[in-house]
Design a protein around this ligand. Structure first.
Ligand code: GLN
Length: 506
């Protein structure tokens, strides 16, 4: 493990800017780490070796000429493969888009470029961001750097594995129901889903448009704040983009949180002990104590419609998960209708009898099982005769879930919860049971349904040496408060490094 890849993105940018080191050196170190580790992890779908080094040279030249390269001066960053770029491919880890080259670059990626970042490559994911393990990738699963027999989470599993294993300084992911926070938690990094609309979705391949949000994964809270500041802001290309000014998220990140009111949703803590693994519960309980010692005021709150029910056989269910899987599949069935084998992407090579057969063969051949399942579920939920019973009802439940948060935030500033019910599970453990897979999102999904910002950060390791994530959720546009609260906790917790990285001599 050598120097530059261990630095935070913030520190690396400062060192490159001051001439302490160069972007070329840092980029080369990250590329070496990728060469060394990515064969084992499969975090990247595509690596831009030459382009990244060229870009690094440009940044170094700018600095040598006395120009300001921007806040991410020469820092090597990876992006999830559902963010469009005019260079390379944008595959969404789908065979359907395997050779697709986007005609434009996503606003969030363009903002990274403008801030001086070096884009290292595109990260693996669950196909079209549908999944919680990255096993739904149309190419190959990504593995967890803490234990390569385990999943990195998903759908931004490639981004999380790359950040945790020091194969990039930070990464972008997308979060529709937990896809930044859950993999960040499984891999021991910081993952931040900003308020819905805070970051433009222009150029993010749509899955559930009313839920999707781009955000950063990093190794420190400050890095997450730095990236969030860079990628946020109004964008006329996204009709749901928020017009509000972007605050300086770094400005008060070091300000103590004495007096901050942190709410504990009783449905997540007091009831249904079975919905949290014992190690996770212990870590979260310890985190609450830490917050008390930092001067936070802990208050009990209730999110009745986000509660988790467990039946006599130990089977879990949750309104939020049920509601989410109607809303997101409905939106997915509509959004994915564009992949028809006509305009772009995979077209069947077989002879077809008419346009309908062209559609169905092209889709059948190139879309994975989970994507097909969701298109069918969503089409059903939207179909005449079932629309009211499913889709409309889900929208009503969504409103109740969102209203619970409004009520809860009357007595607290932010909420504290686990990020996931368990630590990373084994590859193949949940692939035969989609419902069980869906339940890995019981603690993250409500924030998406309500459009709220949520952050996960490491809260220690389980007895089998796997990262545990702590989640903080805040009201709309409370990014600064969340980042500050996360930073204050991070300062008390020792950093965690995957053994495969610690023992490597990269
Ligand atoms: N795991 C959830 C799903 O499968 C969330 C995915 C996401 O946030 N993109 O839909």
């Amino acid at each position: 493990m050598s120097g530059l890849i261990e630095l935070s993105a913030t520190q690396l940018a400062a060192d490159i800017r001051s001439g302490e080191t160069t972007s070329v050196q840092a980029t080369q170190e990250y590329l070496n780490a990728i060469t060394k580790l990515d064969g084992k992890l499969g975090a990247y779908n595509e690596i831009y070796t030459d382009a990244a080094l060229d870009r690094a040279k440009q940044i170094d030249a700018k600095i040598a000429a006395g120009e300001n390269p921007g806040p991410l001066a020469g820092v090597p960053i990876a992006i999830k493969d559902n963010l469009c770029t005019t260079y390379g491919h944008t595959t969404c880890a789908s065979r359907y888009l395997e050779n697709f080259q986007a005609p434009y670059t996503a606003t969030a990626v363009k903002k990274l470029h403008d801030a001086g970042a070096v884009i290292l490559g595109k990260c693996n994911m669950d196909e079209f961001a549908m999944g919680s393990s990255t096993e739904n990738s149309g190419f190959a699963p990504t593995r967890n750097p803490w234990d390569i027999g385990r999943v990195p989470g998903g759908s931004s599993g490639g981004s999380a594995a790359a950040v945790a294993s020091r194969m990039c300084a930070a990464a972008l992911g997308s979060d529709t129901g937990g896809s930044i926070r859950q993999p960040a938690s499984f891999c021991g990094c910081v993952g931040f889903k900003p308020t819905y609309g805070r970051v433009s979705r222009y150029g993010l391949v749509a899955f559930g448009s009313s839920l999707d949000q781009i955000g950063p994964l990093g190794r420190t809270v400050t890095d997450a704040a730095l990236l969030t500041g860079v990628i946020s802001g109004y964008d006329p290309h996204d009709a749901t983009s928020l017009p509000n000014d972007v605050p300086d998220y770094l400005a008060d990140i070091e300000t103590p949180i004495k007096g901050l009111r942190i709410g504990l949703p009783k449905e997540f803590f007091l009831e249904n002990e079975g919905a949290i693994a014992p190690d996770t519960r212990a870590a979260i309980t310890a985190a609450i104590e830490t917050y008390k010692s930092l001067g936070a005021e802990i208050v009990d709150v209730s999110l009745p419609h986000s509660r988790i029910d467990i039946d006599a056989d130990g089977k879990m269910s949750s309104f939020a998960v049920s509601c989410y899987y109607i809303v997101c599949t409905a939106e997915c069935s509509s959004n994915l209708a564009r992949f028809d084998g006509v305009h772009y992407g995979h077209r069947t090579g077989e002879n077809v009898d008419g346009i309908l057969e062209l559609y169905s063969k092209s889709r059948k051949e190139s879309l994975g099982e989970e994507v097909k399942r969701r298109i069918m579920l969503g089409t059903y939920a939207l179909s005449s005769g079932y629309y009211d019973a499913y889709y409309n009802k889900a929208l009503k439940v969504r409103r109740l879930i969102a209203d619970d948060f409004v009520e809860a935030f009357k007595s607290c500033d932010i909420l504290l919860a686990p990020t996931t019910p368990t630590t990373a599970f084994k590859l193949g453990e949940k692939t035969d049971n989609p419902l069980e897979m869906y339940l890995s999102d019981i603690y993250t999904i409500s924030a998406n349904l309500a459009g709220l910002p949520g952050i996960t950060l490491p809260a220690g390791l389980s007895s089998d040496n796997l990262p545990i994530g702590l989640q903080l959720i805040g009201p709309v546009l409370s990014e600064s408060t969340l980042l500050r609260a996360a930073r204050m906790f991070e300062k008390t917790a020792p950093p965690i490094i995957p053994p495969m990285v610690k023992n490597s001599d990269t």
